[in-house]
Write a protein that binds this ligand. Structure first.
Ligand code: GTP
Ligand code: MG
Length: 324
């Protein structure tokens, strides 16, 4: 999965204006009739729901839109250069690679931005006639477009995500709640990349949930699969901290502390998101004596899932108070 890519974009050059004169019988030299050039094509980046990642965009590609056509005789306009549309998945941020400025967040299908506008068409000599100069030879050349260095960053659009220690049961939980096919395994670090599922919440609503690879002490230093996947928390509103309560696992408070520290190491703003602490494996009750807990579940047996679904729906403001 490629989540970031650097590219360049350059709109088309504008077409030149034309310098021409009417030819009329018996008139040696008619008035100026040179038309305007057409504008160059824009380079546009657009979110499209058939695109799921940035992997098809080759790093370093220069996207060049075609030039506008030159103006012609008899006031004819040059044709505009076609726009070049680069399709990206919904959830792509577009940044100016030189300044780091966020140019657009293409969050939803159809969102788009012109990243390099085509040059304007030059004016034809029609426009340059004056009472003093009836035979202007001047015309304007087409405008140039400015090449831009861009970086694209994709983070999966999802309302919620589950993070936790290796083997805490994150994938089991996301499968149980959403029916996603995220892999479940006996070994630590089974999940190597984020998986998404959709969970129904009442008749009209649903939320998306990301199953994340394990986060552990040292993920920010590359332990396990590292922490690259935390990029995909960016659009998440609510983070579910799934606590492993197997005997021998660190104390719940210590797990929460480690998870928060690892989140902050990636991006301190992540600590401002809503959180829900969930204890997996009710069968290991003894390990949890006295611990403050929001919700307990047994993901494998499907216990407590309704409470969890309700708590998430409520936190996201999805709880129905719709009549009829
Ligand atoms: N008894 C019991 N076993 C569970 C529960 N949840 C998960 N397991 C088992 O624990 C193992 C790990 O579960 P996963 O869902 O893959 O855990 P994970 O947190 O996604 O693991 P990583 O992706 O490796 O971090 C699997 O063998 C699951 O069947 C539970 O609530 N109760
Ligand atoms: Mg997993």
């Amino acid at each position: 999965m490629r989540d970031t890519v650097s590219i360049r974009a350059r709109g088309g050059r504008g077409g030149d204006g034309s310098a021409s004169f009417r030819r009329e019988k018996y008139v040696p030299r008619g008035g100026p009739d040179g038309g305007d050039g057409g504008r160059g094509g824009h380079v546009i980046i657009a979110a499209h729901d058939k695109v799921n990642s940035l992997r098809d965009i080759k790093p370093g590609t220069i996207f060049r839109a075609p030039s506008g056509g030159a103006g012609g005789k008899s006031g004819k306009y040059g044709r505009a250069g076609a726009d070049l549309v680069v399709r990206v998945p919904a959830g792509t941020s577009v940044m100016d690679a030189e300044t780091g400025e966020l140019l657009a967040d293409l969050a939803a299908n159809g969102d788009k931005i012109i990243v390099s506008a085509g040059g304007s068409g030059g004016r034809g000599n029609m426009h340059f006639a004056t009472p003093k100069n009836r035979v202007p030879l001047e015309f304007e050349p087409g405008g140039e477009s400015e090449e831009r260095a861009l970086s694209l960053e994709y983070s999966i659009p999802s309302e919620t995500a589950v993070i936790g220690f290796p083997g805490a049961g994150k994938s089991t939980l996301v499968r149980a709640l959403t029916g996603s096919r995220t892999p479940v395994g006996e070994y630590d670090f089974t999940t190597r990349k984020p998986y998404i599922g959709v969970c129904g919440a009442g008749e009209f609503a649903s939320f998306r949930m990301l199953d994340m690879p394990a986060l552990a002490d040292g993920s920010s230093e590359g332990r396990g699969v590292g922490n690259f996947f935390l990029r995909h928390l960016r659009r998440v509103e609510l983070i579910v901290l799934l606590i492993d309560s197997r005997p021998g696992a660190p104390e719940p408070e210590a797990q929460v502390e480690t998870l928060l520290r690892e989140l902050a190491a990636y991006d301190p703003e992540y600590l401002e998101k809503k959180r829900l602490v969930v204890y997996n494996r009710r069968d290991a009750e003894s390990a949890l004596k006295g611990a403050a807990r929001d919700i307990e579940i047994d993901a494998a047996r499907g216990e407590g899932l309704e409470d969890l679904r309700a708590a998430i729906s409520q936190s996201l403001g999805l709880t129905e108070d719709v009549e009829n």
